[in-house]
Design a protein around this ligand. Structure first.
Ligand code: BGP
Length: 476
């Protein structure tokens, strides 16, 4: 007989600090690299910046009331390092700490499990100025001060810590997710060096979470890679891509070492990080407890000749299908490509609920750890109709199919703790301002005009409310 979702299944949704909070320079907060990056993107592309975002800093009580109305039992958010330590050093900003005390209390008072992320792209700008930010190994000790302080401060309230958000996406889109000084931008080895510094921070965060009696795990943007054809050379290319884009990260988190084929490839290509003695021992001593999956799409690869030119992942900034600027290419290893079998979003992201089922099954077999979904969602041009509604049936279809995929995997024994799609409310997209929306709640603002950031329930809000009330059985 098929099992129901467990009674304590965590239903909720997710956000991140700089994408929702706003108040970028209020109450003692220091600037983060995202405040600066998004200011530049505003000037260059006209996207909103992070200064107001969705004004969650002022409206968090109203937002949590909406979460409760939907029936949330969990909420994934991130703690802005720059609210706690505005300069990235050890000088605490009490007002920033108080904001998260209030937020966490409000969640708990409403029966919602707070699931914080320690790092979601927003390094203190002061550390970029001091030593180039993530480029320098010095960042590890500053991160340690932050992680230790925050985990200890909230140890009575937090059961699950998410450590670092989406390291693999940071490697692919490093200048968008990190501020990289122009003189370093041609040195691609630094992508993997940054990632190595993040791995050290990740392990340290796990260590402090364990000391505080909590569980910890990374959130990785995870897309399985299929072979474009059943030719053996394409299958091997897909294996190579999975090793370098996925397993390279997971093996560190759950086994304590770098994947051999991926690391060897990076060494041969002069892209490998400098690893110091004792680094892998630190990983191995602090393995993660669960895997927080950010799942949006699947990917596709085919074989790539030795003589091809290396290329990094492209992007689509227009929201017009087909505007993807390019595909990652590693000569002699693999080349990414569109999957002809799948439909896509307006931003060319493949829609593939079965891919999520595949991920659960594959990773549970390999690592045998519990999962939680900490992002999953459809970025779309939502329309606010004249009568004040948002008919986002496309989002409902997307979420329904991914919840069903989750259930099918669970029916075959996979352990899933919760489902927190992206995003609880509309927020600043990492790539497309407010043109691309993911929320269950509409935030009435545009890139040009923040207006009052009024909250409006989308059709998906009511649908998700029903889904949660029925513990995932009523998905119509
Ligand atoms: C993930 C990030 C999120 C979020 C999401 C959607 O990579 O963790 O922060 O933004 O992707 O991406 P985008 O906003 O670029 O559509």
């Amino acid at each position: 007989m098929k099992k129901e979702f467990p009674k304590d299944f965590l239903w909720g949704a997710a956000t991140s600090a700089y994408q929702v909070e706003g108040a970028a320079e209020l109450d003692g907060k220091g600037l983060s690299q995202q405040d600066v990056i998004n200011r530049e993107r505003h000037e260059k592309f006209g996207f909103a910046d992070a200064s107001i975002a969705s004004d969650h800093y002022h409206k968090y009580k109203e937002d949590i009331a909406l979460f409760k109305e939907m029936g949330f039992t969990s909420y994934r958010f991130s703690i802005a390092w720059t609210r706690i330590f505005p300069n990235g050093d050890d000088v605490v900003n009490e007002e920033g700490v108080q904001f998260y005390r209030n937020l966490i209390k409000e969640l708990k008072d409403n029966g919602i499990e707070p699931i914080p992320t320690l790092y979601h792209y927003d390094l203190p700008w002061a550390l970029v100025e001091k030593y180039g930010g993530w480029l320098s190994r010095e960042v590890v000790k500053d991160f340690e001060v932050f992680a230790k302080y925050v985990i200890n401060e909230f140890k009575d309230d937090i059961k699950y810590w998410i450590t670092i958000n989406e390291q693999s996406i940071i490697v692919q889109y490093w200048t968008q997710k990190c501020y990289i000084l122009p003189e370093y931008q041609d040195n691609n080895q630094l992508r993997y060096q940054i990632n190595h510094h993040m791995n050290l921070c990740q392990a340290i965060a796990v260590k402090y979470a364990h000391e505080a009696g909590a569980l910890a795990g990374p959130a990785l943007g995870y897309a399985p890679v299929y072979a474009r054809t059943c030719k053996p050379e394409d299958q091997l290319a897909a294996l190579n891509a999975n090793d370098l884009r996925n397993t390279y990260y997971l093996d560190v988190y759950f086994r304590g070492y770098y994947n051999v084929a991926a690391l060897t490839y990076l060494q041969q290509a002069n892209l490998a990080p400098v690893i110091e003695e004792g680094d892998e021992a630190l990983f191995a001593a602090n393995l993660s407890d669960f895997f927080a999956i950010n799942y949006y799409d699947s990917q596709c690869a085919h074989a790539c000749p030795e003589g091809a030119e290396r290329a990094w992942s492209g992007y689509n900034l227009s929201g017009k299908k087909g505007d993807m600027s390019g595909f990652e290419t590693h000569p002699g290893f693999y080349q990414m490509c569109p999957n002809p079998e799948l439909r896509t979003t307006d931003w060319d992201w493949a829609i593939d609920p079965i891919g999520l089922e595949y991920v659960y099954r594959d990773l549970y077999t390999r690592y045998r750890v519990p999962f939680m979904i900490t992002e999953n969602g459809l970025g779309a041009h939502d329309e606010l109709t004249a009568d004040g509604k948002i008919h986002d049936d496309y989002r409902i279809d997307y979420l329904r199919e991914h919840i069903q995929a989750t259930k099918r995997a669970m029916d075959l024994g996979v352990e899933v703790l919760g489902y927190m799609p992206w995003s609880a409310i509309d927020l600043l997209s990492t790539s497309n301002g407010y043109k691309k929306r993911y929320g269950l709640v509409y935030v009435d603002r545009t890139d040009e005009d923040p207006k009052e950031c009024q909250r409006i329930r989308k059709d998906s809000f009511y649908w998700y409310q029903k889904a949660i009330a029925s513990n995932g059985t009523d998905l119509d």
